[in-house]
Design a protein around this ligand. Structure first.
Ligand code: NI
Length: 168
């Protein structure tokens, strides 16, 4: 397993629509293992394949941040099929280090997900998990969470982000 480089805001690969994952391969198995390790190393709840420069509809989520292997969720060609309620809370992204902003998301989200063998099943997430589903699936559609803000706020965040990057 290896920690992969996470690409950051401004990289065009983060704005692309990703492609569906096809038949399962040892390379995909390795990618998933590396992504769990990378998310853990960077202390993120989730990581989407485009963030390691691979435009595939694949993401990993671990709301326990490495504490409980049973909480690991592999998203494969996921699709949101229902949303309920709303929650307001802080959101951040490993591709936009140093920026955390309050964002409204649905409180409960149902997704249709795939297993490596291609079979489908439904998953329901509430609270943090619902937020993670939305955030990671947005990545697969080429959308970063900062895109939800208006142009003025986005510009402020961009300036803050650039300043942070320069400061190291
Ligand atoms: Ni993110």
């Amino acid at each position: 397993m290896a920690v992969r480089e996470v690409i950051t805001w401004g990289d065009p690969r983060l704005k692309k629509n990703s492609e569906d994952v096809g038949p399962w391969t040892p390379e995909l198995e390795q990618l998933v293992a590396d992504m769990y390790e990378t998310a853990l190393a960077e202390e993120g709840v989730g990581l989407a394949a485009p963030q390691v420069g691979i435009n595939l509809n694949l993401a990993v989520i671990d709301c326990s941040c490495g504490e409980d292997p049973a909480q690991r969720i592999l998203l494969l060609n996921p699709e949101i099929i229902a949303e309920e309620g709303s929650q307001k809370g802080p959101e951040g992204c490993l591709s936009i280090p140093g920026i955390t902003e309050v964002l409204e998301r649905p409180q409960k989200v149902t997704i249709r997900n795939h297993r490596p063998d291609g079979s489908t099943y439904e998953l329901v997430g509430e609270d943090l998990l619902a937020r993670a589903f939305c955030h990671e699936i947005d990545h697969l559609r080429g959308r970063l969470f900062v895109e939800y803000f208006g142009p003025v706020k986005k510009q402020v965040l961009q300036r803050k982000y650039t300043k942070n990057q320069k400061a190291g």
